[in-house]
Each structure stands twice: as structure tokens, then as C-alpha cells.
Ligand binder design. Sequence first.
Ligand code: SF4
Length: 327
Amino acid sequence: MRCNYCEWRCELGAESYGRCRMYYTDGLTIKERFPERWCTYEVLWIESIPFYHVNPGSRCLTIGTSSCNFDCKYCSNAFIAKQDPAVMQEKMFHFTPQQLVKMALKLGCQSIAFNVNEPTVSMPSLQELAREAAVAGIPMGCLTNGYTTPEATELLASVFSFFNISLKGLADDFNRDCIGIPSAEPILRTIRRLAETHHIEVTTPVIQGANDHELDDIARFISDVDAEIPWHVLRLLPEDEMKDAAYPDIERINKKLHSARKNLPYIYFHNFVGSEWVDTLCPECAAPVIKRFSLGCGGDQLQQLSCADGKCPSCGHNIRILGERTV
Ligand code: SF4
């Protein structure tokens, strides 16, 4: 039986677990090997996930499972994404969907986000959790690499209300050499599809000398889909097999982003201390409408929200934000 959760479309068996090693089949259905097993549960400010245009200043219960369907050479979560998930299990937490939702409510979280590894490898557990969260009125979001089949993209759309999709690069040689996939085309298709009906943000981790020359093209692609999609350019400090790679040059990237901003107003450049690119500027009059600060490495926080009614206080332009403003 073939798994169609992602574009690898692995042939599964009773002991053939697919590329991600997370599924098997009893001949009738596809089953998860480790249902309801979570590698973490943690409350974070939603800005640090990052979601910059969803419930600003809110608390979010973040979770993850194990494994991945990609093989990125620079992975910063390799100890979770690349390790044999069977070995990981002794370190995992077991929570039912009811327990996770109860936890989110008790801890004052406005949402639940899957943010450590790839949700595609744990779809049934996430579908169960989404059903329970919907009853409690808690929206769910996720970070995803977007390498889903069209059918699985519809499943993602039914589970999650908001997405941060990782678009790592466009060129086939980059995707083949650094990610291990033949092409970014399925990811572009997922971005186009989810942008039609859902709130999406896009993240590009910059790797010096590998994909930094593609920033203009990536900005153009996003802008063609929808010029109001927030784009996070992450200054990646490569780890795993690329831990000796040079760190991205902040000044060079600053210059590229200034030109990209003409077509894509919500550009953010972060994951380092002192970035000037963590505030939201009004696309119409350039007034700062949301101020944030970044401590680097996922430590972003809301500082000031001046558009709680969804409008720029200077010129009245609509500012795209999903959900309630908490400040
Ligand atoms: S989710 Fe896993 S088993 Fe299914 S197609 Fe993708 S890599 Fe293969």
C-alpha cells in the first residue's frame, strides 16, 4: 500500500515504514507507528515560532513529534528529525488530544502550533488533536516543509488554520544537494494552494553561498502568489553536516531585502540579535504598526501593537493579521 502523505509516496508494509519511518500498513489502512507521542510541549510567544501576523503577543502551546521526510544537510533539529524514531520513543511524552487541549486552556494559550519537525509524518495524531481543539475553540497552526501531495495538502488545510511554510530554495541543484529532494515544485504548489484559503507565512533559512543568491527570486515568487504574505528570512547558523559553513553576511542580506521590499512589504530578517527587520511597517505609509524585539534563536516578542483594530493608525491602511490582538 502506498502512502500519499508526501511526494515520496513510499510503498509501506507491515515492517516497511517508509522514508520517514513513521507509518506501516496492516494491508487495509495506513497506521502510525507512534501515535500521540510528543517530543516536547512548551508555551511560547507566538512571535518566536515564528508567526508575526497571528494573534500578536499571544501564548501558544507548541508541540512536535519525531522524524522528518527531508534530509537537510544543515538541520538544526537533527537529534529529533534524523534519529531513528523507534530509538526516540523512550524520551517521548504520551498525551492524549484531550490532555493537550486541557493543557493549552490551563496555560492561557490562544492556539496550538506544531513547530519542531514535519507534521506530515504524524497526520492521524494531528487530525485527532485538531478535532478536540476545535471543540474547545482553539485554532491550530504549524510549520511545514510543504512537500505534501495534493490530497495531503487538503488534509493539512482541514487540520490547521495557519501555516508557516518553509521555502528553502528554488534551484533544483540546491534542493538536491542540500535538502535531498529533486525539485521545489511540490512546495510551490502547496504554497499557492494554502494561500487561497488560509493564513500563511513563508520562511527561508539563508545559507551563505548555497541559497542567498536566490532571495530576489523567492521574494518575486511569494509576491506573485500574494504580496501580503509575511516572509521570514532566517539567518541560519548551519548545523549537522554543514556546521563548518560560513554564517550569513547580515549587511549583504540587508541590501537584497531593501530591494525585495518594494514588491513584498512584510519582510522580516531575524534569528540574530539587533535586527532592524522585526517590525511591521505599513505597506502604504511605512509607519511602524507592530514593534517587536528579537533576542535571536527564536526569542522574538511583541513590544508594541499600534494596529489592534487591523488598521494603520497613520493612514488607515488594512494590516493583515489573523485572529484576536491581545495587547
Ligand atoms: S509521509 Fe513518510 S511514509 Fe508517507 S510518503 Fe512521506 S516519507 Fe513516505
